[in-house]
Design a protein around this ligand. Structure first.
Ligand code: SAH
Ligand code: SF4
Length: 348
């Protein structure tokens, strides 16, 4: 029998399945509670009988990623994790401390197939999608390791969340469960490279999550040069989907804009970006590029970033410069995994 992952089950699905196994439905609640506390084996479920634990172990896979590496920033306490999954693949997550609470940055796929030029996650292509349970595991096991509560989640680690649509949506529902972590949709951000069709689909779900768009350039020529996805869904189409998302959900869109020297940081691009977003419910995050050796791209200087921000604000668009967390550890997601693959297989 192929085992299914138990942590992907919602409470009501688990209730049905236990009932079919001849068990009382209240057991589902107990088991669900244990799973969402991050137990590593069924034997930790001490209020469940040995017989039922054995039945569960026979039928279900209980995922529990192992910490392969952990880097703690001495500057701000940011913790970066490299996990090993049950099949030997590895993924990254980041634990961040902010004054309003702790945030988890989680991966949605092993690798990514979108191929953005500046990103370490896309270098080896897509290996596989993560299950809803594996996305949840990152939050559960970071809480367990740090002993601190996580109150916010950003889907900004490795992977394109909308290229793993069903599992990501299931994750959002699981993490919001009252009997589990109970992290509400308003505390979750999903970042996408701009799969417009999937954004339209997401709008129909009418979730209260924040949608972040990785824009990175305001014109099709510059954007297509660094983000292949722009050839399928050009900027006009993307912005139309964003407007639709706002109309359907009332949630303001956040635009991520990486400052790349000579590629995205020119004054005319700031003006063009302002023209594109002026009058729309939008907020721009300017992000200095994290250096990825393979890309050959470099970050803009502090002065260039400030000048760009100035032009945006003068033209009626609010923009903030993203504070880089954990500057002394491998900052952006994808880099720790690349390094690990390089060391293990001698590729770098
Ligand atoms: N695939 C999704 C979410 C994961 S990437 C997306 O692209 O939005 C999370 C964010 O990190 C995106 O905004 C992405 O553009 C940004 N990013 C990737 N590589 C980066 C780098 N080297 N420096 C700065 N930001 C980077
Ligand atoms: Fe994938 Fe996002 Fe990296 Fe692009 S920036 S390659 S979509 S993870």
């Amino acid at each position: 029998m192929i085992k299914t992952e138990i942590k992907c089950r919602t409470l009501s699905e688990l209730k049905d399945e236990l009932q079919n196994m001849g068990e009382k439905p209240f057991r589902a609640q107990q088991i669900f509670g244990w799973l969402h506390q991050g137990v590593q084996s069924f034997d930790e479920m001490t209020n469940i009988s040995k017989q039922l634990r054995a039945k569960l172990a026979e039928r279900y896979l209980l995922t529990a990623p192992k910490i392969l590496r952990k880097q703690v920033s001495r500057v701000d306490g940011t913790v970066k994790y490299l996990w090993e999954l049950y099949d030997g693949n590895c993924i990254e997550s980041v634990f961040m401390r902010y004054h309003h609470g702790n945030s988890a940055c989680v991966s949605s796929q092993v690798g990514c197939r979108m191929g953005c030029k500046f990103c370490a996650s896309g270098i080896g292509g897509l290996v596989r999608c993560l299950s809803a349970g594996e996305i949840l595991d990152q939050v559960l096991f970071m809480q367990k390791d740090t002993g601190e509560r996580i109150s916010n989640i950003v889907l900004m680690g490795t992977g394109e969340p909308l290229d793993n649509y069903d599992n990501v949506l299931r994750f959002i529902r699981l993490v919001g469960a009252e009997e589990g972590l109970h992290i509400g949709q308003r505390h979750i951000s999903l970042s996408t490279s701009g799969l417009a069709e999937q954004i339209d689909r997401l709008a129909q779900e009418k979730l209260q999550i924040t949608l972040s768009i990785s824009l990175h350039a305001p014109d099709n020529a510059s954007r297509s040069a660094i983000m292949p996805v722009n050839r399928s869904f050009p900027i006009e189409r993307l912005i139309q989907s964003c407007q639709n998302y706002f109309d359907m959900t009332g949630r303001r869109i956040s635009y991520e804009y990486t400052m790349i020297d000579g590629v995205s940081d020119r004054p005319w691009q700031a003006k063009k970006l302002a023209e594109l977003l002026r009058g729309r419910p939008a907020h721009v995050n300017l992000i200095p590029l994290n250096h990825v050796t393979e890309s050959g791209l470099h970050s803009s200087s502090k002065e260039q970033v400030a000048a760009f921000q100035n032009i945006l604000e003068k033209n009626g668009v609010t923009a903030t410069v993203r504070r880089t967390l954990g500057p002394d550890i491998d900052a952006s997601c994808g880099q720790l995994r690349r390094r690990h693959i390089g060391e293990t297989f001698g590729k770098e």
